[in-house]
Design a protein around this ligand. Structure first.
Ligand code: NGQ
Ligand code: ZN
Length: 458
C-alpha cells in the first residue's frame, strides 16, 4: 500500500508535523518520519492518532443496553442488574453471540477503539453441556472480530465458584464453569490460533476472587505459564462494597490487598475496576506496574463507586479504559467520565493531568493508549515502527476541530465530543472505516437486528 501522510500525528514523543507512515503487507508500521515529503503518499483527512485499546468487554451484554433501567420494588443494585444479565447469558447461542459482538465491534471501530480485550465466559451450551467443539463460543468472538476487522485479545474466563469460600455455582452460572484442565486446553487451542493471526492475542481471565478459589487460581496461572509465560492475566476486583466485605470476612484481607499478597501481580496483569481500595492498596497497586482497567460508564451505570484516580496517578499507576457492559461505546465518554467523577467528588478541575498547564485530554488519551496496549499485550497503542498499523483519522473540517491546534485538539476531542469527528479507521494496515462508514456495516447491523428481535421474543 502507499505510504500515509498526515499534517499532524500523535507520535510516541508527542505531536509531530508532516508525518509519513510506511506500512508493510503484514499490517505492521515499517517507518514513521516527521517533517517528511508527501510525494507519492496518500494524504489523510486530518490529525492522526493511535487507535484506542478497549481493555474490557463482555460483548453479549450489548444486547441488554437499555433493558435494565427500571428498579424493582426493593430498589436496584449491581446484584439485581446481574440477575437480568444472567437471563441474557443463558439464552444466547454461538450465532447470536457472533451477531451481537460483530455489531458491537463495528460500533467500537467507528468510535475510535481499534482493539478489544474480550473477557469471555460463555463457554458451554445453555444447559451447561460442553459444545462438540469446546472452543465454539470463543470462535464466535474471533469470527465477530474478523467480520468487523478489530484487533482482539481474547481472554477466556476461568469460573469455578459461586462466591468466596468456594460456594457452589448456581445453575444459571453453568455456562461459565470449566474444570481448570478444560480451561487450559481451551487456552492452548486459542494460543495456537493466535500464533497465526497478527490481529489476535490470547490471555487468561480468572473471573474474580469470588469465582476462583486460591488453589484454582494457582493452577490456572501455572498452566498458563507453561503455555505462554507472557500472556496477559485479567481479573475483576473490588468493584462492589459487598465484595470487599465478603472478601474480608473470608480472608481477613481486602481483594486488592489479598491479590498483591498472594498472586504474582506484575505488568502482565490487568485488575479490572479496583474501585474500592485503601490508600496503601492504591499505592501498592500503582507500584506493581499492573494496569487498572477502568470502565467509568459501566461503573457509573452499576453504581460501583469511584476509583481513587488522583492518588493512583500520583503513585505512578497505569490505567486503561474499557466499555465493559457496553451501556456506552465511546472512548471519549470513558475518558471524560474518568475525569468528571473526580471533579464532582473533589470540587476541583483538571485532575488527571497532574501538573500545572498540562493538557488533561492529552493525559487521559495517552494514558489510555499506553495502559490499554500493555493490558492487551499486543504491539499497539503508539505509531512506531514494529507496531500494528492501528490508527484513527480525525476530520479536519469537523466543527470540533475548528480553532484547535495540536495543543488543544485532544482536550476538544475528550471534552466537547458528543458528535464523532473520527472519519477513517485503520486496523492492521486495512481501512475498516472510511468517511465515517464501516465497510460491512449494513450487513452486520441487519444480522444484529434479527438476533436481538429473536432474543426479545424468546
Ligand atoms: C461480568 N460485570 O462478569 O459480566 C460482571 C458481572 C460478576 C461486571 N462486574 C458479574 N461489571 O461480577 O459477578
Ligand atoms: Zn467485567
Amino acid at each position: 500500500m502507499p505510504d500515509l501522510f498526515a499534517d499532524i500525528a500523535l507520535l510516541p514523543n508527542g505531536w509531530a508535523k508532516d508525518v509519513r507512515i510506511a506500512i508493510n503487507e503484514t499490517g505492521d508500521i515499517e517507518a514513521v518520519s516527521a517533517e517528511a515529503d508527501p510525494s507519492g503518499a496518500e494524504r489523510l483527512a486530518g490529525a492522526v492518532l493511535p487507535g484506542m485499546p478497549n481493555l474490557h468487554s463482555h460483548a453479549f451484554q450489548r444486547a441488554m443496553a437499555g433493558l435494565a433501567e427500571r428498579a424493582g420494588p426493593d430498589g436496584d443494585s449491581f446484584w439485581t442488574w446481574r440477575e437480568t444479565m444472567y437471563r441474557l447469558a443463558v439464552s444466547i447461542s454461538p450465532e447470536g453471540l457472533l451477531a451481537v459482538a460483530a455489531q458491537l465491534y463495528v460500533e467500537m471501530l467507528k468510535a475510535g477503539y481499534t482493539a478489544v480485550g474480550e473477557f469471555h465466559y460463555l463457554h458451554r451450551d445453555p444447559a451447561g453441556r460442553p459444545y462438540a467443539d469446546p472452543a465454539q463460543m470463543c470462535r464466535a468472538v474471533i469470527g465477530a472480530a474478523q467480520d468487523a476487522g478489530i484487533g482482539l485479545t481474547l481472554l477466556p474466563v476461568l469460573y469455578r465458584a459461586g462466591g468466596f469460600n468456594g460456594a457452589p455455582t448456581e445453575p444459571r452460572q453453568n455456562r461459565f464453569v470449566l474444570p481448570v484442565d478444560g480451561f487450559l486446553d481451551l487456552a492452548a487451542t486459542l494460543i495456537g490460533e493466535a500464533a497465526r493471526d497478527p490481529n489476535l492475542a490470547v490471555g487468561a481471565a480468572p473471573h474474580s476472587l469470588r469465582a476462583v478459589p486460591p488453589d484454582d487460581l494457582a493452577a490456572c496461572l501455572a498452566g498458563l505459564d507453561r503455555l505462554d509465560a507472557e500472556a496477559p492475566v485479567h481479573m475483576h476486583v473490588a468493584e462492589q462494597v459487598k465484595e470487599v466485605e465478603d472478601c474480608l470476612a473470608w480472608s481477613g484481607a481486602r481483594p486488592v490487598e489479598w491479590l498483591l499478597a498472594n498472586a504474582p501481580i506484575s505488568e502482565r496483569w490487568c485488575l479490572v475496576h479496583a474501585t474500592h481500595m485503601t490508600p496503601s492498596e492504591t499505592s501498592a497497586l500503582a507500584k506493581s506496574d499492573a494496569v487498572a482497567g477502568l470502565c467509568p460508564s459501566t461503573e457509573a451505570n452499576l453504581g460501583d463507586g469511584l476509583f481513587p484516580l488522583p492518588a493512583y496517578l500520583a503513585a505512578g499507576g497505569r490505567f486503561g479504559i474499557g466499555s465493559d457492559s457496553h451501556i456506552s461505546v465511546s472512548p471519549v465518554e470513558e475518558l471524560r467520565w474518568l475525569e468528571y467523577g473526580q471533579r464532582l467528588l473533589s470540587h476541583a478541575r483538571n485532575i488527571a493531568a497532574g501538573a500545572p498547564a498540562a493538557s488533561t485530554g492529552t493525559a487521559l488519551f495517552t494514558g489510555g493508549l499506553a495502559g490499554g496496549a500493555q493490558a492487551l499485550a499486543r504491539r499497539i497503542g503508539s505509531l512506531a515502527p514494529g507496531n500494528r498499523a492501528d490508527l484513527i483519522v480525525l476530520d479536519r473540517e469537523h466543527p470540533i476541530a475548528a480553532g484547535h491546534s495540536k495543543d488543544t485538539l485532544l482536550d476538544a476531542l475528550v471534552f466537547s465530543g458528543n458528535v464523532n469527528p473520527i472519519r477513517d479507521v485503520m486496523v492492521g494496515g486495512r481501512w475498516v472505516v472510511r468517511d465515517g462508514r464501516h465497510d460491512r456495516e449494513e450487513e452486520i447491523a441487519s444480522r444484529f437486528r434479527s438476533t436481538v428481535s429473536r432474543l426479545a421474543s424468546a
